[in-house]
Design a protein around this ligand. Sequence first.
Ligand SMILES: Cc1ncc(COP(=O)(O)O)c(C=O)c1O
Length: 443
Amino acid sequence: MNITLNKKLNHHQKNNLYRHRRIRKHAETQVNFSSNDYLSLSKHPELIQSFQTAAKKYGVGSGASQLITGHYDAHHDCEFAFAEFLKRDRALLFGNGYMANLGVIDALTDTGDVIFQDRYNHASLLDGGRFSKANSQRYFHCNMEDLDKRLKKSSAKNHLLISDAVFSTDGNITPITTLSKIAKKYRASLMIDDAHGIGVLGKNGGGTLETCKLSQEDSPVLVCPLGKAFASYGAIVSGSTSLIETLIQFSRSYIYTTALPPALAAANLTSLALIQKESWRREKLQSLIIFFKEKAAERGIVLRPSNTPIQAIKIGDPIKAIQISEQLYQKGFLVSALRPPTVAMGESILRVTLNTSHNEQDIVRCLDAFILSSQFKNTPHPNPLPQGERGLAVPERKMRSHKTQSPLSLQEGTGRARAKNEISRNTVPSPLAGRDWPCQGEK
Ligand SMILES: Cc1ncc(COP(=O)(O)O)c(C=O)c1O
């Protein structure tokens, strides 16, 4: 076995794709531009206090799965509070976002159904499609015409449309209102993962759906992982009572795993209260995004179109991306390089994430460090047409493809759709135009 494994590892290394974990220490000096703790709540005294108090009360582990004896009042209270916050009938607390996505797709699909996913969806969604008995197709990124065409061709009885709300690599937002209209037109179910929007977007932090004024009827399945702006752990799935009861009965990643520690459920509840109470955090974050984009433009640094805290800078070559990331680290900044398979071949990026603990000086110093990096040469955008897939843990050919779709037509279409998308995404109003995030990609 080891010989085969070593061969695979060597091949990975040769392609400059080998990954290493950075051991972080408590008292590091680097400014972190790679954290998803967008509102900087993870060290909030009230959050720490509630976690400690609940750990004293319940102990550390939940001791069993939800349906055995692991479901505590802390879980229950958390679910009720999130249902109310999100204006949805019910909510269910999963172990984390990855398990929520697998479990929802598993419970909602069966043999003969077809799942349509944006091709840049998060790996957990793509894996959900991969493990489901349904067929999967990936439509071109944010391309609603392509999705519509695919649905028109499909003869399946049940369709599930799935998209990230805010795409985790580039930070752009899916054209969610159109997506919802298409779902209604074809009587398809719609599942939205708002991992990077919840807490951050919307006046009350209600995420992308709040910003775009979409109700439970418009977007019936909503997944909100809580490890990002909520600075905790777990994931809330929300929707109708029928949806939640179906998940409790049939979602394997909900049923067959130890329940989230109740102290984390209690912490999630406190996070939710803080997110609603401390709206200044969202306002500060938005000012920092605007400032970052202005200062990047002044320095000729080309960013992917995004009005969210996720700001991506294309580098292309994975070695260069790693070298720049390392040089930034030496200068005092943590900025992650994303390489294939997280992004497509030749599409490596540096992914900057902003959070409310940053200040304008940090941003200016970080952008100056980019300019000073010996490897940094910004690649103009729009990019050459991407080859292959992006954000794909699952290569297309390994997904069960729909009978009407040839791999060739997919490859030919990718570029055109992408180029078209770039144009429409670039016409989105700049965040300078308003105090709230626009629904990106919407006309
Ligand atoms: C869009 C999206 N969905 C789901 C997840 C998985 O959530 P979790 O980290 O809670 O497993 C992530 C990130 O990790 C993500 O970015």
